[in-house]
Design a protein around this ligand. Structure first.
Ligand SMILES: [Zn+2]
Length: 239
């Protein structure tokens, strides 16, 4: 939906001060608002000038436009800024996307160190939230992510292998210590898993590792073993 905007200028007779603005309101309404903002003590150049030069300023409509969004409004305002170069407008009203990208980059570059500290602080104070967020994100995108990761691993097989090898070399002692620590803290679980591991006996059956010694003393094992041996000697069909 489009709406009408008015681009206006404000000045004081006999002074160089000039301001250009745009509004959806009627001009007299907007001027009242300007005066009110000034009394509130808002720190804009235009209000600073109002405090010095007084509230009895002149204003005039420069042009009206039909626009469909704020961006478009600011573009029209910028036309008049470029034409009149008013001294009381602090910022350009409108930047092209390229303009703002450049400005953002410039800002990031000049405030690099400050930003790094701020970001670090932010991450630290929002650690739990971030963790929660990642967890939630993972849960709700599990399937897509696993496909993506698998694809990534396949596409970068060599890179990953090289990296792993190098990592293993670089952090040999650290890894060793970590494994030791892991074993220490999970000793019971690990040894239980080991005991519960399924292994294959020479006689051909599969069995829990913890039971194999007992099993090897049984008649069943001996008979099985005999049959396996006979099979290997081609004396018995396998069953
Ligand atoms: Zn056996």
């Amino acid at each position: 939906m489009s709406y009408k905007i008015n681009v206006y200028k404000i000045w004081w007779d006999g002074k160089d001060d000039l301001y250009v603005g745009s509004t959806r309101q009627r001009l007299c309404t907007r001027m009242t608002e300007h005066r009110r903002n000034c009394k509130k003590g808002i720190q804009y150049k235009i209000y600073g000038a109002m405090r010095i030069n007084g509230y009895r300023f002149s204003y005039v409509l420069l042009e009206s436009y039909e626009v469909s969004c704020k961006d478009e409004q600011l573009k029209y305002e910028q036309r008049h800024l470029d034409l009149l170069h008013p001294n009381l407008n602090k910022n350009r009203a409108y930047n092209t996307p390229e303009d703002s990208k450049r400005m953002q980059k410039c800002y990031r570059d000049t405030h690099k160190d400050k930003l790094r500290v701020i970001h670090k602080q932010y991450r630290e104070t929002h650690k739990d939230e971030a963790k929660q967020y990642r967890k939630q994100y993972y849960e709700s995108n599990k399937e897509e992510l696993s496909i993506k990761y698998k694809q990534y691993r396949e596409d970068n097989k060599n890179k990953i292998n090289t990296y792993r090898k190098q990592y293993g070399k670089d952090y040999k002692d650290k890894i060793k210590a970590q494994r030791k620590q892991h074993y220490k803290t999970n000793r019971e679980k690990i040894s239980k898993n080991r005991r519960n591991a399924i292994v294959e006996c020479d006689c051909g059956i599969t069995i829990r590792k913890s039971s194999i010694l007992r099993h090897m003393r049984t008649q069943k094992h001996k008979k099985n073993l005999q049959r396996v041996n006979l099979y290997y000697l081609n004396l018995l069909p396998f069953q």
